[in-house]
Write a new protein. Structure first.
Length: 264
């Protein structure tokens, strides 16, 4: 590897992008970092590489009261992928063992499959987290700078057989178009929202609890996905609408309402 060449580094999410930017600075690098802001582990994937509309509608449902224009955000993802295809610099995809990062890897590889010589990866191991890992999942954003920085020098080219498998798995994920995609035993597994809903109901008492408490308990109890608090609360509201949970307070604000399970 010629360490003087500029690379384009690709990560999932702003937190990962910020961490990697500081980590690269520690080893004297100022390479470009492309951040793709879409958690591919949840929501529909059909048509994702052709249009931003379905993903934008999904995120608008999950976070309807924010100030983010999701159509613009999802179009930016497509635009960044197009820029990667037009460029000729080598690309390094950084990923941890979680569904979001693994789907990012597969999507970028698919888009650059006609330029296999440009593709490299850095695969982080959950055992590199500080302290005792609480699960088998870890996103890139969870790693400390001192663990990320040395990996610049251990990036690996993606071999053609692996590249082909990753492209196939991206196509399969789109074709399945499941509600969610989990990372279990080193593989992507389709799942329905009901899996999360069941965990929510199990963690909700017949007595009133702060919604933020319920969401926090659930976040650490779902296998296979690093679910955000916003996504969990969205599923709580869906359960309220379905009559499985009751809510009091301001439904627009997780910290201003309470939840309870309907007594049996």
């Amino acid at each position: 590897m010629n360490r003087l060449l500029p690379y384009i580094h690709v990560v999932c999410g702003d937190s990962a992008g910020g961490s990697l930017r500081h980590a690269l600075a520690q080893v004297g690098r100022s390479d470009q970092i492309i951040v793709l802001r879409d958690d591919l582990a949840i929501g529909p994937l059909v048509g994702i590489d052709d249009s931003c509309e379905a993903r934008a509608r999904f995120w608008q449902q999950v976070a309807p009261r924010g100030d983010i224009d999701f159509t613009i955000e999802m179009q930016r993802v497509l635009d960044k992928l197009a820029v990667l295809q037009r460029d000729d610099a080598d690309v390094v995809i950084w990923h941890g063992p979680c569904a979001s990062d693994q789907l990012l890897l597969r999507r970028v590889v698919f888009h650059l499959r006609r330029s296999p010589h440009r593709l490299h990866e850095v695969a982080m191991d959950v055992r590199e987290l500080v302290g005792t890992p609480q699960s088998e999942l870890a996103s890139l954003a969870m790693y400390p700078l001192e663990r990320l920085a040395p990996h610049f020098f251990s990036m690996e080219p993606i071999a053609l057989p692996r590249l082909g498998r990753l492209c196939d798995e991206w196509r399969q994920s789109i074709a399945a178009n499941a509600d969610m995609r989990l990372w279990k035993d080193g593989e992507l597994v389709s799942a329905a929202y009901r899996m999360v809903d069941t965990v929510i109901v199990q963690h909700t008492l017949p007595e009133w609890q702060r919604a933020s408490r319920v969401v926090g308990d659930v976040m650490g109890s779902i296998e296979g996905v690093l679910a955000s608090d916003g996504f969990i609360f969205w599923r709580c509201l869906a359960l309220v609408e379905a009559g499985e949970l009751a809510l009091r307070g301001h439904a627009a604000l997780m910290r201003s309402c309470e939840l309870r399970r309907h007594p049996a």
